[in-house]
Ligand binder design. Structure first.
Ligand SMILES: [Zn+2]
Length: 466
C-alpha cells in the first residue's frame, strides 16, 4: 500500500537520486492489447471474492494460471499450493543462467472484507466509471498483481529472455495471518531480491502531476502487549488500600510519560535528508539536523510532536485498549491495558518488553506479548535497485523525486526480509491521496495509471533480471 501522507508533507521532497538520461519514448508506449489485457484482468480479478473464509483464493489462482499459460508460460513453471482454505501461487519466467539467484515479484491475492450494504456499488463487481476502476482490491493489491503480471506477459511476447529467473510470488492471506507469506518466504529465501507490488507509489497533486515517489524499503515490527493488575476485590461500599483500576491507572501514567530512544537507520536518514531540505520550518530544518545527529534533542522533540514523523524517529508504544472491573458495585478484581508497539527495525521483543516493564514498574513476566512478532531488518538501498527504479520512474515522470520509506504496517516483504531477502515496495500506482481508499469503502484506482504501471514494471524487471 501507499503509505498515508499528510497534506503538510506533500511537496516536501527533493530529488534523492538524480534522473538519468531522458528515456527513449518508444519505451513508454504500451501496445493496445497489453493495455486491454491489464484492464480486463483487473476487472475479472475483482470478481473473485478473495476475502478470508470465502475459499475463493484457489479459484482466483487457477484463473491467473490460465492467463499465464495462454500467454506462453509453461504449465510446469506454475505452481498452485493449497494452504487451508487459501493458496499460494508461483510462476517462473525462466532465465538463461540457472546459476543466478532468482528475483521475486510479489503480490497478494486476498483482499480485506467489504460489506455490500456499506458500498455504493457491489464491491466484488468491477465498475469503470469517472476514470476509475471501482471494487474491493482494485488497488490493494489486485492492481499491483495484475500490472506486474501483465508486464511479464508483455516481456515474454517481446521475446525478452532474462538472465536470472523472475518468479511471480502470490500469497493468499497477507491481510490476515500471513501464514502463506511465511511459507513462501521459507521456500524462496534464496532469492536475490524481492519487488513488492503492494508498497511504494507516487502521489499526485491537485493538478494531476506526480509530486514524489516513495519506495518502501523497511517496515517497523508490530507488537501487542497486555499488562493486567489483579486484586482480591470486595464490596464497593468497603474500599481498601489498593484498587486494581487505580494501580493500573498509575502504570498507564508512567507509560504515557515515556519515550523510546531516538533511532535512525539508512532508510530514515535518507528520508529525512531528502524531505528535510525543502519542508518548511520548523519541521524541515529539524529533519536535517536529526538526520545528521539523532542525539539532537531539540530536533527530536520537535519531530515527535508531528503525528507523521513520530513513528520515523524510534519505537512507539501506546495504550490502545482498556478493560477492568466486573460490576458497578464491586471492587475490581482485575484491570488490563493493551499496548500497541511499532518497533524500530533491529529492536527485539525482549528489549521492548523489558523496557516497558522497567518504565511501568511492573515485573517483566507481567508484560505479556499477545502473539509472536516477526521482526525484519531494513533492506539496504542497493544501487542496482535504486538505479533501475530511477530509470523506470523517469519513463513515466522524468525527474520525479524518489524517497525511501519505512512503513509502520506489515506487507509480505516483512517475512521475506526476515528470511534474508532484500525487499522493495515499488508499486506502480500514481494517485491523489484523496482517491486512496485501500481497505476502505469504494476502493478505486485510476484507469490512467495502469499503462504507467506496466511501463514501470517492464523496465524494472528488464533491468534487474538481465
Ligand atoms: Zn495489501
Amino acid at each position: 500500500m501507499i503509505p498515508t501522507i499528510s497534506g503538510r508533507r506533500l511537496g516536501a521532497f527533493l530529488l534523492c537520486l538524480l534522473p538519468l538520461a531522458a528515456a527513449a519514448n518508444e519505451d513508454a508506449a504500451v501496445p493496445a492489447e497489453i493495455s486491454a489485457l491489464a484492464l480486463e484482468m483487473l476487472e475479472r480479478s475483482i470478481g473473485f471474492k478473495t476475502v478470508e473464509g470465502e475459499g475463493q483464493v484457489p479459484a482466483y489462482a487457477e484463473y491467473l494460471a490460465g492467463v499465464l499459460k495462454a500467454h506462453g508460460f509453461a504449465a510446469e513453471d506454475i505452481t498452485i499450493t493449497p494452504r487451508g482454505e487459501t493458496a499460494t501461487m508461483t510462476a517462473r519466467f525462466r532465465g538463461t543462467d540457472p546459476s543466478l539467484k532468482p528475483i521475486l515479484v510479489a503480490s497478494h491475492m486476498d483482499v480485506v472484507a467489504a460489506k455490500r450494504e456499506d458500498w455504493q456499488r457491489d464491491p466484488f463487481v468491477a465498475v469503470v466509471e469517472d476514470g476509475f476502476v471501482f471494487g474491493r482490491g482494485s488497488l490493494d493489491n489486485k492492481f499491483g498483481l495484475v500490472t506486474s503480471t501483465v508486464a511479464l506477459i508483455w516481456l515474454k511476447q517481446e521475446g525478452f529472455r532474462p538472465r536470472r529467473d523472475v518468479v511471480l510470488v502470490f500469497s493468499g492471506d497477507e491481510e490476515t495471518t500471513m501464514e502463506t507469506t511465511a511459507a513462501l518466504a521459507q521456500e524462496l529465501g534464496n532469492a536475490d531480491l524481492l519487488l513488492n507490488s503492494d508498497g511504494g507509489g507516487a502521489y499526485l497533486a491537485d493538478d494531476g502531476k506526480p509530486i514524489v515517489y516513495g519506495m518502501q524499503a523497511a517496515e517497523k515490527t508490530y507488537m501487542d502487549f497486555e499488562v493486567t493488575v489483579t486484586n482480591p476485590g470486595g464490596h464497593s461500599s468497603r474500599p481498601g488500600a489498593t484498587n486494581a483500576i487505580y494501580d493500573l491507572a498509575r502504570i498507564i501514567d508512567r507509560l504515557a510519560a515515556f519515550r523510546f530512544p531516538a533511532k535512525v537507520n539508512e532508510i530514515t536518514r535518507a528520508y529525512f535528508e531528502t524531505a528535510g531540505a525543502i519542508t518548511p520550518a520548523p519541521a524541515g530544518p529539524a529533519m536535517l539536523r536529526y538526520a545528521r545527529d539523532p542525539s539532537d534533542k531539540e530536533a527530536y522533540d520537535l519531530l515527535v510532536s508531528y503525528p507523521e514523523y513520530v513513528g520515523q524517529v524510534g519505537t512507539t508504544c501506546v495504550a490502545t485498549m482498556l478493560r477492568g472491573g466486573h460490576a458497578p458495585n464491586a471492587l475490581p478484581q482485575s484491570a488490563t491495558v493493551g499496548i500497541n508497539c511499532r518497533v524500530f527495525p533491529g529492536e527485539s521483543v525482549e528489549y521492548v518488553r523489558s523496557t516497558l516493564a522497567r518504565v511501568m514498574q511492573v515485573p517483566e513476566e507481567e508484560v505479556r506479548l499477545i502473539y509472536p512478532a516477526t521482526p525484519s531488518d531494513p533492506s539496504p538501498l542497493r544501487e542496482d535497485v535504486t538505479q533501475a527504479l530511477r530509470k523506470a520512474i523517469d519513463l513515466r515522470a522524468p525527474g520525479l523525486p524518489i524517497v525511501p520509506t519505512m512503513s509502520a504496517g506489515a506487507t509480505d516483504s516483512l517475512h521475506f526480509r526476515n528470511a534474508g531477502v532484500p525487499s522493495y515496495g515499488v508499486g506502480g500506482a500514481f494517485m491523489h491521496p484523496k482517491d486512496s481508499y485501500a481497505h476502505g469503502l469504494n476502493e478505486r484506482v485510476p484507469v490512467a495509471t495502469l499503462d504507467g504501471a506496466l511501463v514501470q514494471w517492464r523496465s524494472l524487471v528488464k533491468d534487474l533480471a538481465r
